[in-house]
Design a protein. Sequence first.
Length: 102
Amino acid sequence: MIRFIEILNDTNFQPRMERTATPRFHLGEVWINEQYVVSIQEAMGYKSLLREGLLPEGLEAAHSFTTITTHHGGGTKSHVVVGSPEVVATRLGSEGLQLLRG
């Protein structure tokens, strides 16, 4: 298992106030089992949230964000972590893997 820093969304979404809710995020820790990773992709929109100052303190403008999707029971679960997709893939050890053609 590999440890990542995760961006957790604490925004309070109420049906009537959804458009006026102020986004709130905090940093957490998540351990990912590389055997259950389904996909890795750039987390769109998080760079702009960082520029707008909506993400927690301690993150620098140069940080990138990646969504890791894992197989979780009967479904999937997504985690937004700090790091570029290339760095995350390298840490998960998936850079040497190839798609097999059957």
